[in-house]
Design a protein around this ligand. Structure first.
Ligand SMILES: [Cu+2]
Length: 168
C-alpha cells in the first residue's frame, strides 16, 4: 500500500513538473518577442469630456524608446462614429484650424506630445456622453509596433484651464 502511494506521488510530481515546464515555455515566448521588437509606449493619456453627438479629443504622449523610427497611422474607438488623427494649424486671420494627418512620425528615441492645440486624436460624433471619471479603450495603430490598446481616463483638464482663464 505504501509503495503504491509513493508511486502515485511520484507520478503526480512528474506530471506537475512537466506541466510547469510547458507553462514556462509559454510565458517566455511572448516576452522574448517583445524584447527584440520595440519599447514604444503611450503615457499620460486622457480624453476630454463631452456630450453625445458632439466631438472631443484624445491626448497622450507617444514615447519611442527604441532604435527604430515609427509612425502613428490611425486610431480606433467604439465611442465615436469617426476617429481621425488631427493636427492644429495656423489658419487665416489668426484663426486656428484642424485637419486630418495621414501618419505622424514618432522618431526613434523621441517623444511626441499629443496635446490641446496641437496633435490629437479627434473623436467625432460621440455615440454617448463621455464623462469625467470614466475610462474608454482606444487603439493606436503604428507602422512598426502595430496596434497598442490604451484604456484612457476622461479628465476635464482643458475645461478647468479655460474656466480659470475666464475668471481672471
Ligand atoms: Cu481635431
Amino acid at each position: 500500500m505504501k509503495k503504491l502511494l509513493l508511486t502515485l506521488l511520484a507520478v503526480i510530481v512528474i506530471t506537475a513538473c512537466s506541466t510547469e515546464k510547458k507553462e514556462e515555455i509559454k510565458t517566455e515566448a511572448p516576452a522574448a518577442v517583445e524584447q527584440t521588437s520595440t519599447n514604444l509606449e503611450i503615457t499620460n493619456s486622457w480624453i476630454r469630456p463631452s456630450a453625445k453627438g458632439t466631438n472631443t479629443a484624445f491626448f497622450f504622449d507617444a514615447v519611442n524608446g527604441t532604435d527604430i523610427d515609427d509612425t502613428l497611422l490611425s486610431a480606433k474607438s467604439d465611442i465615436a462614429e469617426v476617429v481621425q488623427v488631427h493636427e492644429t494649424y495656423q489658419a487665416d486671420k489668426g484663426m486656428m484650424g484642424m485637419r486630418e494627418v495621414k501618419g505622424v512620425p514618432v522618431a526613434k528615441n523621441s517623444t511626441v506630445n499629443f496635446k490641446p492645440r496641437s496633435l490629437h486624436v479627434m473623436l467625432i460624433k460621440l455615440k454617448h456622453d463621455v464623462k469625467t471619471g470614466e475610462e474608454y479603450k482606444i487603439e493606436l495603430n503604428f507602422a512598426k509596433k502595430g496596434t497598442i490598446e490604451i484604456t484612457a481616463p476622461v479628465k476635464d483638464m482643458l475645461m478647468k484651464q479655460t474656466m480659470g482663464e475666464q475668471k481672471h
